[in-house]
Design a protein around this ligand. Sequence first.
Ligand code: AMP
Ligand code: MN
Ligand code: MN
Ligand code: MN
Length: 287
Amino acid sequence: MLNIDLHCHSNVSDGVLPPADVVARAAANGVHALALTDHDDVSGLAAAQLAAGEAGLALIPGVEISVSWGGQTVHIVGLRIDPLNPELAAGLHGIRLGRIERAHRMSEDLARSGISGAYEGAHGYAANKQMVGRTHFARWLVAQGHAPDMRSAFRRYLTRGNPGYVDHEWASLENAVRWIRASGGTAVVAHPGRYAFNARELHLLLDAFRALGGEGIEVITGSHHPSEYGKFADLARAFGLKASRGADFHAPGEGVDIGRLPALPHYCKPVWQGWPELELQYSVSMT
Ligand code: AMP
Ligand code: MN
Ligand code: MN
Ligand code: MN
């Protein structure tokens, strides 16, 4: 069986390892094909591609785009994108500008709760200064003793109703899918189990996504409890979406490690079916 992991982060977004180290870790974990899917940025893909050549695994160029839909933040993963596509690059650049402005507002909100210096603190945890996110704030809050661990940091701060949370307008679903498709990629709804939608809202999202040309949905992800796999596999089938699998790895010791996930249920249609990169992996692993 091929071990395919199509969702992970490097320190180009809110992961802690540089892109080449993420690829080396994937290879060590027995992954045959890996998509690096940093939030709203593709600048880690060149280094990842080089490292993948050395490690002998297939690197699928990816990205995870932040979207506002139905009053919530939804993440759309793009797979087999062209990172040099100007339309995609311009769209992602716009999101990163918005992130910096949001980070200042988050910091001001924390200051109103008596926690000052958060922007500078979070900034210090971001290797890529264009990509300051809630994870960087959470790492700083933990280091400052405001929370014992990342989970608690997100429970006490940075989430709706808590200090450090501010509303923000990300890309539209329409634009995110359009940029991915314009760059030759396949759009996938990330971790559908994480959104605070009821069944009707989730169905509306999937209908809208399909109508825009979206093709896939994550079924096996580090963000889903194993008891949810069947539900999302059924949903994929019901909506005619292909199934994806990815750990959403961010850091060693945090969440699920790269490639360490169950296989897709047998009745799912894998999003990677027919990808030429994987046929090469097949012939290599068969000989
Ligand atoms: P942002 O895109 O800046 O809003 O940050 C979103 C990121 O925060 C996600 O991709 C996760 O890496 C992280 N995150 C969100 N909620 C949690 C949570 N409850 N525990 C740990 N990490 C979280
Ligand atoms: Mn993240
Ligand atoms: Mn996500
Ligand atoms: Mn992710």
